[in-house]
Design a protein around this ligand. Structure first.
Ligand SMILES: *Cc1c(COP(=O)(O)O)cnc(C)c1O
Length: 390
């Protein structure tokens, strides 16, 4: 085994780097998950998460990854044969769609070119055409982590309202929560799905559902539900800040610290920091003469940037070279864009120098892997960061 000095650069768009403060918080003796110390911790994180999702209604915490959060959202609100509207914005939207189909839901899956978000106008048209209100939910991925494209959730909410349609609105905020502006209540989202290992800077292991009153009401009459994901069992146990089964006690200590860190910095400052990193990264990409996958400036992700390879291939080789020579992990192309793009994660616990180090690693890798590019991407990013610090 070769010894690698210094820190590994984990610049994939989740799991993101876990800061020392959170690692130390997790390194805590495991406590009784029904005792008073636990109840105090649990109360703090359950109420804290409401502030992160920007809701005054319950947020449920499951021991799971983001996928489990998806499953809980569907299981609690829909019935087999129900019609739902989804958009193929990328790989994660496709996986959520595949899950819905497995559960016997009838999905209208609107295609996109993977370079744009869900189109609010199409949402409005589809709902207006649905005179008998057969569509039971509209399910959108906010930040499509496979493409670096965000969908405009506030505009989609307005489209649903203009069509005057009662469908539930479900949003995957798995990779945007804690990194990009997200407003569960204001955008009248019925179910928001999040998880621990992206913007919240925790290891994988926690999945969240923020729910509206309307979604809870619906959940009392649906038939898809299973035991483990049942919101109403969770709601009852959460009344005394307990859980129906053993929660991830130590990760909850980490979550408490994560919420503290986000609030110390201030959510708006956290979002602005990510916006700067997104802009700096896109300037670097253009400085290299390469192209960002996302085509719509209003839909740029501040969490990650997917970069198109010249000639449409070789992304995996480039990533391998960068891992081997520079000890940095970048995100791979997923699904339809496998080997065609690589993804630079710029979310969570990072600062200007982490970003510049990351971009320098990419620029060095492009040279080492013999990828056609121009120099000066890092310089362009530095110039922008300097300008925004003055
Ligand atoms: C990571 C991610 C998921 C899947 O989460 P897992 O934790 O891998 O189950 C779903 N949606 C989006 C947008 C993601 O980024």
């Amino acid at each position: 085994m070769t010894i690698k000095s210094g820190r590994h650069f984990l610049q994939i768009p989740g799991p993101s780097n876990v800061p020392d403060r959170i690692l130390h918080a997790i390194a805590h003796p495991t406590i009784d998950h029904r005792g008073p110390t636990f109840q105090k911790l649990s109360k703090e994180v359950l109420l804290g998460l409401r502030r992160i999702f920007k809701t005054s209604n319950p947020v449920f915490i499951f021991p799971t990854s983001g996928t489990g959060g998806w499953e809980a959202s569907l299981m609690n609100t829909l019935n087999p044969g129900d019609k739902i509207l989804m958009f193929e914005t990328g790989h994660f939207a496709t996986l959520w769609h595949n899950m819905a189909k497995k559960f016997g839901l009838e999905v209208d899956f609107v295609p996109t070119d993977w370079r744009h978000g869900a189109d609010p106008q199409i949402v409005e048209n589809k709902l207006r055409e649905d005179k008998n209100h057969l569509i039971k939910s509209v399910n959108i991925v906010h930040n499509e982590t496979s493409t670096g494209v965000t969908s405009r959730i506030a505009e989609i909410r307005n489209a649903i309202d203009r069509a005057n349609h009662p469908a539930l609105f479900m949003v995957d905020t798995i990779s945007s929560l804690g990194s990009m502006d997200y407003r569960h209540k204001e955008w009248k989202v019925d179910v928001s799905i999040g998880c621990s290992q992206k913007g919240l800077m925790l290891p994988p292991g926690l999945g969240f559902n923020a729910v509206s009153k309307k979604a809870l009401e619906v959940s009392r009459n649906n038939t898809l539900t299973t035991h483990f994901w049942n919101w109403n069992d969770m709601l009852k146990a959460n009344e005394t800040f307990l859980y129906p089964s053993t929660p991830c006690t130590n990760l909850l200590f980490g979550l408490q610290e994560s919420i503290k860190m986000l609030e110390e910095e201030g959510l708006d400052n956290v979002f602005a920091r990510h916006d700067r990193f997104g802009e700096g990264t896109r300037l670097a990409v253009r400085g290299w003469g390469l192209e960002v996958l996302c085509e719509e400036p209003l839909e740029y992700s501040s969490v990650l940037t997917a970069v198109m390879m010249p000639g449409g291939k070789g992304a995996d080789n480039l990533r391998n070279v960068i891992l081997e020579k520079m000890n940095m992990s970048l995100g791979n192309g997923l699904g339809k864009v496998t080997d065609k793009v690589f993804r630079i994660g710029h979310l969570g616990d990072l600062n200007d120098l982490t970003l510049i180090g990351t971009l320098a690693g990419v620029e060095m890798g492009l040279e080492l892997a013999g990828v056609r590019h121009t120099k000066g991407g890092v310089a362009a990013a530095m110039e922008y960061l300097i300008g925004s610090l003055k």
